[in-house]
Design a protein around this ligand. Structure first.
Ligand code: MN
Ligand code: ZN
Length: 496
């Protein structure tokens, strides 16, 4: 179990008349007050600083602390207990909200290093709106996350529970903002847990059961088993699972927060719980990372968690097809021809290009059943996109310019950047097969584009029905609010 970290908002101790008489020293093992560039701590922070009995100009000068972002003064053993004064940057700081999330992340780094158990953070300055403080709280929680449930605790290790109290000007409004943003954080943390969980624990059946837990929040969850998938004609999805002892599932999650009958937004995620490559087996190096080949499905599940947690006023459907890609005597072979639910026949050239085989049926099913306003597909689909973009951007493919621009902007807002890649009839021609309608692998040139062209064949290109294929990199450089490890990259950006 990860240690607990409740965050609550409280009235700033010197901000209200009734509390003005309180001692400025707060009952916390660590107090955080901010100072802007070239300025002493102000407001409630000034009262707390004065309890140290220290002279601000001489202390800050001798520590060469000028209030710059990223720097901090660390004061121990004075009348105010342990005090950390992080720099706030320019006094008229107009940092965007996502910068505040990162600041929350780096603040948690300082708190963890100080090994404090109770922390008071003074954020009562005029620029600290409830929304800005909610981002700070989100950053604290995202950075606090760690996946250490399989590590035996050392006997000398502290329990690690931390209580953080944010002392703010308007606790009621701040609590509301923190709860709303917190619902999205819960979705991100769920996605991270799913990605980090090893494949021996999280198989297709277990993944589906995890998704089913969302019904407690009002998400309607259906789980389809192989017999039902066979009846639907999902020969493409099922051929990926056939080499594994663990059967496939298709999970349909519906959140109905919008008008009854209004067309939903649809999210489809790649959920290969482990990808060995199948008969076209992968090399051993880094194969353990393939437990994260269900990152798209994890992001979709986290997104549904976030929508339900916020009681979002939209109709949304999330579809994932958890499967395992294994080599065995029953595995699909290169050269095999399968028929997808749409009726398209597919020649399997490379069994490691399995994600698109699963998504082909998941996408077709989703548009056929739900007639969504648009479909967003999230997938760790190709290593080729990492060759093209590295870990700085996730690749974006879209058949709709307007939606593509919205997604690019959402990526900038959430600090999870996307880069649009091309689709065109010339690339589409490349996926034609000698023996079937299409083939699942073309080779190295334009490897991520031909994957997107493949998926494009299964979105039933009716105007207004849009497919977007995202290939989040498996391990991008973590922003400060993220602990090391696989990201739940797309969940934050598709929500933002
Ligand atoms: Mn693969
Ligand atoms: Zn894969």
């Amino acid at each position: 179990m990860a240690p607990a970290m409740p965050i609550k908002a409280d009235q700033c101790p010197t901000n209200s008349r009734s509390r003005r008489q309180l001692l400025p020293v707060l009952p916390a093992s660590l107090t955080i007050v901010y100072a802007a560039e070239g300025e002493a701590p102000a407001g409630a922070a000034a009262a707390i600083w004065s309890a140290t009995g220290l002279d601000w100009p001489s202390v800050s000068a001798s520590a060469a602390f000028k209030g710059k972002q990223g720097r901090a003064l660390d004061i121990v053993g004075q009348g105010a207990g342990r005090l950390i004064v992080p720099g706030k940057g320019k006094p008229d700081d107009k940092a965007p909200l996502n910068a505040r999330t990162d600041r929350g992340g780096s603040l948690f780094g300082k708190i963890a290093a100080a090994r404090a158990e109770s922390v008071a953070v003074i954020v009562d300055e005029p620029g600290a709106t409830p929304a800005a403080i909610a981002e700070l709280a989100a950053g604290l929680r995202l950075r606090h996350y760690k996946f250490d449930k399989y590590k035996t605790a050392r006997p000398d290790e502290p329990a690690g529970d931390i209580t953080i109290t944010l002392h703010v000007a308007d606790p009621a409004a701040t609590d509301t903002a923190i709860a709303d943003r917190g619902a999205v954080v819960e979705g991100t943390l769920l996605a991270r847990d799913l990605i980090n969980e090893p494949a021996n624990v999280l198989g297709p059946v277990e993944f589906a059961a995890k998704a089913a837990e969302l019904s407690a929040l009002g998400v309607d969850v259906e789980i389809l088993e192989p017999e039902q998938l066979e009846k639907l004609g999902m020969g493409s999805l099922l051929c990926v699972a056939q080499g594994s002892d663990r059967p496939a599932r298709l999970v349909v999650m519906q959140w109905r927060g919008g008008e009854a009958g209004a067309a939903p937004l649809a999210f489809v995620g790649k959920g290969v719980v482990f990808d060995t490559g199948g008969i076209s087996i992968k090399p051993a190096a880094s194969m353990e990372e393939m437990k994260g080949d269900m990152g798209g499905a994890a992001a979709v599940t986290g997104l549904m968690r976030a929508l339900a947690g916020r009681k979002a006023p939209v109709n949304a459907v999330g579809v994932i097809g958890p499967v395992e890609n294994m080599p065995s005597g029953n595995a699909v072979r290169p050269g095999d021809i399968v028929t997808a639910m749409s009726g398209t026949t597919i020649e399997v050239i490379n069994t490691d290009a399995e994600g698109r085989l699963v998504l082909a049926d998941a996408l077709w099913y989703t548009q056929d059943r739900f007639k969504p306003r648009f479909m967003i597909n999230l997938a760790t689909l190709t290593g080729a996109i990492i060759v093209a973009l590295g870990h700085e951007h996730a690749g974006l493919f879209s058949n709709n310019d307007e939606l593509a621009i919205q997604l690019l902007n959402a990526g900038l807002t959430a600090n999870e950047k996307l880069w649009r890649m091309p689709l065109s009839p010339a690339y589409d021609k490349l996926i034609e097969s000698k023996f079937a309608d299409i083939r699942n692998s073309v080779g190295r040139p334009a490897g991520s584009i031909t994957a997107a062209q493949f998926l494009q064949r299964f979105v039933n290109n009716v105007p207004g029905r849009i497919s977007t294929s995202l290939a989040p990199p498996l391990a991008p450089a973590p922003p400060r609010s993220m602990p090391p490890g696989p990201p739940a990259s797309a969940s934050r950006c598709s929500i933002g």
